[in-house]
Each structure stands twice: as C-alpha cells, then as structure tokens.
Write a protein that binds this ligand. Structure first.
Ligand code: PEP
Ligand code: MN
Length: 636
C-alpha cells in the first residue's frame, strides 16, 4: 500500500506510522517525491487499510493494484536514477556499458577498457563466471578475472559490472565490482536474487529467455524486497520461434516497462541479435525506443574471443556506433552520459558573503525553460537550478558566487546565433566556457486544463518560439493572435495565473509539467530539425578545476585584427596552418568603436600535440587582441 503523508507531519508521527506497520509485519520504504512524501509498505498481512488511514499524519492510503509493489510506478512516480560509482543510469541519460563477453587475460581487458573508454563508454563489463550452455565451453576466469576487471576499471575510470551465478559468491564479488549483473538464465533464481538484493548494491537484471514483462518485474521485486532499490533492467531479447537471430529483441518492452515501473531500463543488442552486423542498428533502435543505456559487447580480436566473438563489435565499429548515438540522442530528447566527471564542488562564499549552497546552475527564464532542460541533461538531478530574469544576471550570479555554473544558449539551428550571450562572454573576462550541451527544441501548445483549441484567442511565447511555430499559428491557430513574451516557460506561468481558458502558451513540455498545465498539441514546430546549443560557463577558478578532469576537443576564441589589408585572412590562415578545423565564425561590432568588429571563432583543437597552443602563440603576434573564451568537449 501507499501511505501519503501530510506535508506538515512531525518526525514523531512518521516514526509512529513506521513502527505500527513494521509491527504488523510490513517492510516500509520512505519515498520522497517532488510533490509529496509517501511510505510504501509491503507485506503479507491482510491489514484493514482504514486502520492506517486513521493514524496521525496520514493523508490517504492507496492499495497498490500490481503484484510488483515496490517496483511499480503507482508507488513512485519519478524515475529512479541508479548510481554506479560516478555514473548515473536513468531518466534522459543514455549510459553506455561496453566490454568483452568474458575477461580472458589482463592484457585483453586492459586493451578493451582503453578502447571503449576512448570511444565514450562510461562503464566496463566483462564476465568472470560464464553460464554456458555447454559444460565444455569456457567457463570464465573466476576471481582472477574480477581482479583484472577491477584493475582495468580503476585505470580507465570506469565502474565495472560482472555476472554473478552463485549466491555463495556475493561477498567475494562485492569486493571487486560496482554493479552485479544477473543474467537471463538466472532471472528467476530466487535465492540468488535474495542474496544479491541484501547487499543493497546496484544490480543489472537481465530479462529471462522466456520471461514475460510481469515475471521480470516480479524478479526485480525480489531484489527490492531484499534490500536494494538500485536496479537497472536490461532487455536482451527473448526466445521466439524466429531463428534468424539468436533471440528476438523486444524493443516495445522499453516503453511498456517505463509505464509500469520507475526503474531504469537499458538494452543489450549483442545477446539480442548474436550477429555483429546487427548490433549497431539494434542499439540505435533501443535508444530510439527510450532506452536509458546500452550494454554492448566489444572485443579487440573477436575472431579469437573465447565466448560470443560473432556478436562482439570491433573497437572501430563501437566508435562509429558512439558517433551515431551522439547524433541520435538529441533527436529523441536524450543525452549521452559522458565519462564520469566529478564536477568541482562550489566555491565557499565570496566577498559579499553569499554562497551557493550546493551545485547551483543559473539559467535565464522560468522553471521548465529549455535552458533548464539543458541543465538537467548536463548535471546531476541534485544540482539546484537558479532562474534568472536576464542573461546578464547569470553572469552576475557567477561573479557573486551565487551559482557555480551557468547554462547559456549560444545558437539555434533555425534562429542562428544568440548575440546577447556571445557579447556577454566578451564583457565578462573572468567567465570561461567549460562545456557544451545540445537539445532538440520541441514546442507544445499549453493551456489551462479543459481549454479547447477553438476557444483560444491569444498565444504567448518567446519571439523565437512563435517564429518556429509559424505554420501551426497560421493553420490550426489562425483564429488566435500571437503575442511575444520574454520567455517560453514564463508565458506558461502567465497563462496559468491569468486563469483564462482562451489563452495559450508555446513552450517545452517540462514547462507544462512545472506549472501543472495541459498540453493541447505536441510537436507544433514547423521544422522538427530544431536544436539549440548551449554553453556551460563558470568562473576562472572553477574552470581550471573542471578542465583538469575533463578531456577537451574544442576552443572558443574572440579576437580583433589590425585595420589593414589581409589581417583577418592572416588570422584565419594560422588555424589552417596548424590543422585546426574552424567550426563557427561571427563578427560583432566593438562597443564604443563604430564600424570596428571583433571576431568570434570556434575551432577543433587538432590532432597533433600542442597544435592549438602553437596556433594561439601565432595568433597573439598577428592579431590586435586574442582571448580564449574557453576549451571544452563538443558533442557532435
Ligand atoms: C552476458 O551478458 O554475457 C550474458 C551471458 O548475457 P545474458 O544473460 O543476457 O545471456
Ligand atoms: Mn556474452
């Protein structure tokens, strides 16, 4: 049952409810949601729910209709985000786990770990105990294999996962691995589930060869009832009559599961297909279906692999898959989890004595704005977001120590460069660019609940939002007047407070959610290939700490040139000479110097060691001024 607690409940009352339930034989879990705090109570006793309803501090009691209780969405509405070391799995992230089917030697796992890490995997896999169909096939290296796996994971900064097949190995394996894997053949090995669940450690639970979704969730329930809520489900294909592939990948299980449970689900295209050439297309299909990650088998010499060679990708194929995923993720509203970064913690206080209490990220607009969506893709759920009225306020918040990072839009694929933010970067020499994020912009028509399309008279949104939905505004909404507003999410709030069902706003879906409003029409933008690219900015001190742990492949520069023939050409030629691929060029007027311009350039850092540094030295000698706005990792 779900016990919804009163907002002002006291600790004593909570404790009383808990001990009452425990006394009746229930296991009680506290779930703190955004809206409300609930207790989830599961047990075998048949208690009259009214007895619980009468306890002090209880708002209501709702029975859970599904046989899987702790795993059900009924109990917990928000997505569970599973934490494995520094890696998070769940929500809108796509976390890639890669590695060989089995650890075969120290050299083999080291080489593969480096290859998959370099391509962008965030976790390393490798079996040490292999449940093989034949007793004569390679059974894995056992504990020795786990030692090598751990060594490789530590060397390359990747948390590790490995399959457990025997309940007696739990304590031994827990010393090495970061996440248990329970394989398809053991999904209903209930003693194993109980033993692993008791550790409280993260577990990846694969779908059984012929398990229904409900049976699979019941297996997850075993893990949860025994003590862990850190469970990642993994679809790996099921046994059907079709023999062309090793198994039949059930992509539809992904959206089905997401409705039924709050637990994250990832996909394994390797065991699903069993055929190397089919792994990448199915990997993309899994992500397009909403999967929060993938587990992919990669081998440096698949032809020599001791198990599952035919389905293991070559490192070069894996790298190509990662590039395809970079392109796909923003299209389906996801972002690829990057190599785990422990983001530098906040600066403690400042001259004015204000301080950011946790990792705080400032953005322009109101809650639910596209910038806030970008923040959620880049940072941990626990990061606090700080809404600002103007772009300039973000820079001020950073200078005053009220925010650790800022998220600023730089350009949109339809609207072009956002000059306000570009110029602010010039005005604040202490602020640096340390990262980038791209999101797809999907617009929605948002109204008060119960509003009807034909009654809408006025539509509010940011001018860019209105411009991007021009076909819809001229078509289905031609009877309404389009009115520019300072921000998309702000427009939603405005419509909400007006309490007028003839008004509507155009904004992203999180804005509707944040303000409890209704989405009357989804995806109303004229061009679906609509992306906005953001910069992550911070102060100098934080930038240094950030770069020391984050690989960089791109730089943003601002420079001015002398007023003589060929000066811009000379500056750009420096980039060519050092093999730096220029990605963006803008010219901007210099304030106070009519008809003079400064140039903004984004460039790749080049292959050769030190090429960027050499180019920078040369630029300094041929330009009137040069400033590096930042170096960072660019997505695509
Ligand atoms: C594996 O991941 O190596 C494995 C054996 O997978 P499954 O349990 O899905 O067959
Ligand atoms: Mn395998």
């Amino acid at each position: 049952m779900i016990i919804v607690l009163k907002k002002n409940i006291t600790e004593v009352q909570q404790e009383h409810i808990r001990s009452f339930l425990v006394g009746k034989g229930y296991t009680v879990k506290e779930i703190i949601g955004e809206e409300e705090t609930v207790f989830g109570a599961v047990g075998q006793s048949s208690l009259d729910l009214r007895e619980v309803e009468l306890l002090e501090g209880v708002t209501k009691v709702i029975p859970i209709s599904k046989p899987y209780k702790l795993a059900s969405r009924e109990l917990k509405k928000e997505d569970t985000i599973v934490t494995v070391g520094k890696v998070k799995i769940g929500g809108n992230r796509v976390a890639i786990i890669a590695g060989p089917c089995a650890v075969e030697s120290q050299k083999q796992i080291m080489e593969i770990a480096q290859a998959v890490r370099d391509a962008g995997a965030v976790m390393l896999r490798g079996g040490a105990f292999k449940p093989r169909t034949s007793p004569y096939a390679f059974q894995g290296m056992g504990e020795e294999g786990l030692k090598y796996l751990k060594e490789a994971g530590e060397k390359y900064g990747l948390p590790i996962t490995s399959e457990i097949v025997n309940p007696g190995d739990v304590d031994m394996m827990a010393k090495y691995i970061d996440m248990f894997q329970i394989g398809a053949r053991n999904m209903q090995n209930f003693e194993l589930l109980k033993a692993v669940g008791k550790t409280g450690m993260p577990v990846m639970l694969k779908r059984g060869l012929s398990a229904t979704i409900e049976e699979w969730l019941m297996a997850a329930e075993y893990l949860m009832a025994s003590g862990t809520d850190q469970i990642v489900l993994c679809e790996r294909g099921i046994r059907t009559y079709e023999r062309a592939t090793r198994n039949t990948l059930d992509c539809s299980a992904i959206p089905v599961i997401q409705k039924m449970t709050h637990l994250p689900i990832i996909g394994d295209p390797s065991h699903a297909t069993g055929i190397r050439d089919m792994v990448s297309p199915m990997a993309l299909a899994l992500v397009a279906s909403g999967s929060s990650g993938l587990m992919v088998e990669v081998h440096n010499h698949p032809e020599l692999a001791l198990s599952d060679g035919p389905q293991s990708l070559y490192p070069s194929q894996f790298e190509k898959l990662m590039r395809d995923l970079h392109a796909l993720c923003p299209v389906v509203g996801k972002s690829l989890e990057r190599i785990p970064l422990s983001l530098p913690s906040v600066k403690k206080g400042d001259a004015k004595g204000k301080k950011a209490s946790s990792l705080t990220v400032a953005f322009q607009g109101e809650r639910g704005a596209f910038s806030e969506i970008a923040i959620r893709r880049s940072f941990d759920e626990s990061a606090t977001t700080l809404p600002c009225k103007q772009f300039g306020d973000i820079f001020e918040a950073l200078m005053q120590g009220e925010a650790t990072y800022g998220m600023i839009p730089l350009e949109n694929t339809l609207g072009g460069t956002i000059f306000d933010t570009l110029d602010l970067l010039d005005r604040y020499p202490d602020i640096q660019v340390v990262g980038e994020q791209q999101i797809r912009i999907v617009h929605n028509l948002i109204t008060l609940p119960g509003a009807k399309l034909e009654d809408i008279r006025k539509v509010y949104s940011h001018p860019q939002g209105l411009a991007q939905c021009v076909d819809y505004l001229r078509g289905e909404l031609s009877h309404a007047e389009a009115i520019p507003f300072f921000d998309t999410a702000g427009a939603v709030n405005f419509v909400k407070t007006s309490n007028d069902k003839t008004l509507a706003a155009i904004a992203g879906s999180p804005a509707a959610l944040a303000h409890d409003m209704e989405i009357l029409a989804e995806g109303i933008e004229s061009n679906p290939r609509n992306y906005t690219r953001f910069y992550i900015i911070c102060n100098e001190e934080m930038a240094q700490a950030f770069r020391s742990i984050s690989p960089v492949n791109r730089a943003s520069l601002r420079f001015t040139v002398q007023d003589r023939p060929g000066s811009l050409f000379e500056a750009l030629f420096v980039l060519t000479k050092h093999g730096l691929n220029m990605k963006k060029l803008e010219s901007r007027p210099i304030p106070g110097k009519p008809w003079e311009y400064s140039f903004f350039v984004e460039t790749e850092l080049g292959q050769a060691e030190g090429s960027f540094e050499h180019a920078l030295d040369e630029l300094k000698s041929c330009c009137a001024s040069v400033r590096v706005l930042g170096t960072y990792t660019a997505g695509i």
